[in-house]
Design a protein. Structure first.
Length: 162
């Protein structure tokens, strides 16, 4: 069942994950999001949803300012000819729209085989920022609590240096 921002934030509270939510105008790109980050502690992310030619699904989460070469990432994560997942697949699997892709969306991914890749460099930071299933807010949590959230969702993940 798809979760709302309010439901997600309630779940974070229920599983004892400290978080701070920051409302802002809708953003659809990393560049637009950068304009809304003033005063928000921690690093910000870019979240890439891929499908490869074998129909494997990947969610790659890295630093917002990190240059990404898709071919290089594909080799590291074992994806064969990946392409960005279309918006209808994104809605079906993660329950979000383009611009709101977030690791928190794994809460909606039950029943969909999804390989989550977390950039080791991002995870070395204390505080991480992600959209809370909508692109009109940013939620700050500790890196260790992202792991706790994945465990709560029974979502496997890999931490690798991208």
């Amino acid at each position: 069942m798809l979760q709302t921002q309010e439901e997600l934030l309630n779940i974070l509270t229920q599983i004892n994950i400290d978080h701070t939510n920051h409302e802002h105008p809708a953003v659809y790109t990393v560049e637009e999001a950068d304009l809304q980050h003033g005063g928000i502690e921690g690093v910000h992310s870019k979240n890439l949803f891929f499908k490869d030619k074998k129909k494997n699904l990947f969610l790659v989460v890295t630093l917002s300012d990190k240059p990404i070469q898709i071919k290089e990432v594909a080799k590291k994560i074992g994806a064969k000819s990946p392409s960005f997942g279309k918006s209808d697949l994104l809605a079906q699997v993660l329950g979000v729209i383009p611009g709101a892709v977030t690791p928190f969306a794994v809460i909606n991914a039950a029943g969909h085989p999804l390989k989550v890749i977390l950039d080791e460099e991002m995870m070395e930071n204390d505080l991480l920022n992600f959209h809370p299933l909508v692109n009109t807010a940013t939620t700050t949590i500790a890196a260790k609590d992202l792991i706790k959230f994945f465990e709560h969702c029974n979502q496997e993940f890999e931490i690798i240096r991208l």
